[in-house]
Each structure stands twice: as structure tokens, then as C-alpha cells.
Design a protein around this ligand. Structure first.
Ligand SMILES: Nc1nc2c(ncn2[C@@H]2O[C@H](COP(=O)(O)OP(=O)(O)O)[C@@H](O)[C@H]2O)c(=O)[nH]1
Ligand SMILES: [Mg+2]
Length: 290
């Protein structure tokens, strides 16, 4: 199976719920199953042992879920963070696999910085492979009322990145948000292209992009972990945006990915509109999982 494949997994929280609702007494079998489920979640041995010790004598799912809620929100609290715009232009690169919600997240961020931070924003169409991808971003830019930069279809994404920085400097842009392509003809091809954009942008800026945000899709379950690892091997990811938490998938799989990456989970995508972007907040996020 491809490392980016879409294997479905009903996830740790549903298993836990089942365990507690089917078990009426605490016995070694229950405890063994509990441990197995916790380990399967791959939260790392210290979290798993901590949770196990707190849960092994608990009878109801209600009690268990309040313990899990407290423990996991403590674990995730350090990954709540704000993107502070401390340079001009402040450059954000959006990366991720096709279809996860990069372009939509780029537009939502542009809207966010413009509306809540009063910043002058430019969106950059770095996915030059499909004309539709450029049009999609241009449509958002018009709707937001922000600046937009693109070149012709099939233009080299590296040169789009480079020139967009030059343009941003010339036009006094505060925040430059560069969308990229995510098509997967081969993993190597994708990563090479992203590295090229990264290098071109760094060259134009004289320093690395200020944020490289990996967008992952809550509906993709355990594949989130793979994507985080693979992208981070090629390009240093500075934070995560978890899209599509508005559907049935709540994105619990992001927990272990974040724990490994040790970078902030900045935002959650909660729908298809510009306003459907929420700051990640650990307590509320965990509560929804349970
Ligand atoms: N329900 C929901 N749909 C989303 C969200 N973000 C993106 N989408 C949808 O997912 C699809 C792919 O999004 P797009 O931004 O084009 O993905 P990209 O290929 O990574 O750029 C589109 O139909 C979006 O409207 C979200 O937070 N919630
Ligand atoms: Mg796109």
C-alpha cells in the first residue's frame, strides 16, 4: 500500500468507548484490552502508561473520558500556538498531499490575517500544474480582497515563488502565502518540487520562509502520521493545519503526529467557507473526540 494511501481506521476513541460500554467489571481481561487499545493508539509509552494507570480501575466511560480529556489536553496544550507576524514580508508556504485542503487553508489564512490582524496579504498560486488550481486561488483572492500573484499555467513553481517575494517586497505586503501543488505522480517528484520552491523563496528573501505549514486532512486517519513524517524529512515543517474536522472524522490521529513532530497545531479547518478556520485549542479538541 502506498504510504499516502487512504486506509481507514475507526480509531482509538471508538475502541475505548466500545471497551467501556461492553465491560461491566474490572478484571485482568479488561485491563489487558485497555492496554492494547492504548498502545495501538501509539501515543508514546509515557502517555500510554500514564493513561493506563489512571484508567485501569475505572468503571464507566464517563469517568474514563473525563480522565482522558484532562490527560490528553495537558499533553496537547504545548502545541497551541499563534503565528506571530514578526517580519515583512512574512512568508508562509502551504504544503501537503493533493486534496487535503491546502488551497482552501491558504485562502482562509489570508482572510484571517487581513480581517483579524489588519495585514496586507498576497496569495500566490504556486500550484501551476492545473489551470483550475490557479483559478481557484484567484477566485478566493477576489472574494477576500487581497493581492494575488500567479504566472502562466505550467510555469516553474520555483520561479513563481521567487518572483512572488520580489513582488511582495515591491508592493509592501505584510503576509505572503504561497500555495503549492500536491499531486503525487511520485513522492520524489512532489518533494523535489516543494524543495525547489522553498529554495527559490529563501534565495529571494535571503532567509528561509517564516512558516512551512503542512495541511493534513482529518478524514485520513492514520495516514496523517505518514504524511507528517515524510514531508518533515524533506522540508522542515513548522506547524500543522488540520482540515475537515467538521465532518464525522474528528482528527484524533493528529495527536501522535504532533507529539512526534513537536511543532504547533495552529489551526483547524471547520468547513469550506473563508470563516471556517479556528485556532486549535486542546481542551475543546479533545472534548470533541470523546
Ligand atoms: N468540509 C470541509 N471541506 C474542506 C475543508 N478544507 C477544504 N475542504 C474541501 O476539500 C476539497 C479540497 O480542497 P483544496 O483546498 O482544493 O485541497 P488541495 O488540493 O490540498 O489544495 C475542496 O472541495 C474543499 O472545499 C474543511 O475544513 N472542511
Ligand atoms: Mg490546491
Amino acid at each position: 500500500m502506498s504510504i499516502f494511501g487512504k486506509k481507514k481506521d475507526k480509531g482509538f476513541f471508538s475502541y475505548l468507548k466500545e471497551l467501556f460500554s461492553s465491560n461491566k467489571e474490572i478484571n485482568p481481561e479488561f485491563q489487558e484490552n485497555l492496554k492494547r487499545i492504548l498502545y495501538k493508539a501509539d501515543l508514546g509509552p509515557s502517555i500510554v502508561e500514564g493513561l493506563f494507570n489512571k484508567l485501569k480501575n475505572i468503571k464507566t466511560y464517563e469517568e474514563a473520558s473525563s480522565i482522558i480529556q484532562n490527560e490528553l489536553s495537558k499533553v496537547l496544550k504545548p502545541y497551541e500556538s499563534e503565528i506571530s507576524v514578526d517580519k515583512k514580508p512574512f512568508v508562509i508556504m502551504m504544503v501537503g498531499v493533493n486534496g487535503v485542503g491546502k488551497t482552501t487553508a491558504a485562502a482562509k489564512l489570508a482572510y484571517w490575517f487581513k480581517e483579524t490582524n489588519n495585514k496586507k496579504v498576497m496569495l500566490v498560486a504556486g500550484d501551476t500544474f492545473r489551470a483550475a488550481a490557479v483559478e481557484q486561488l484567484e477566485h478566493w483572492a477576489k472574494k477576500i480582497g487581497c493581492e494575488f500573484f500567479s504566472k502562466s499555467q505550467n510555469a516553474d513553481p520555483g520561479s513563481v515563488g521567487y518572483e512572488s517575494v520580489t513582488m511582495a517586497i515591491k508592493n509592501d505586503i505584510d503576509v505572503l502565502i504561497i500555495d503549492t501543488g500536491g499531486r503525487l505522480h511520485t513522492q520524489r517528484g512532489l518533494m523535489a518540487e516543494i524543495s525547489k520552491v522553498y529554495k527559490a523563496v529563501s534565495k529571494a528573501l535571503n532567509h528561509n520562509p517564516d512558516q512551512v505549514l503542512l495541511v493534513v486532512d482529518a478524514t485520513q486517519g492514520q495516514n496523517i502520521q505518514n504524511q507528517v513524517e515524510i514531508f518533515n524529512n524533506f522540508i522542515e515543517i513548522s506547524g500543522i493545519i488540520l482540515a475537515k474536522v467538521d465532518g464525522t472524522a474528528k482528527g484524533g490521529a493528529v495527536i501522535k503526529a504532533i507529539e512526534k513532530l513537536k511543532r504547533p497545531l495552529f489551526f483547524l479547518g471547520t468547513g469550506e467557507k473563508l470563516t471556517d478556520l479556528a485556532r486549535f485549542e486542546s481542551q475543546g479538541f479533545i472534548a470533541k473526540l470523546l
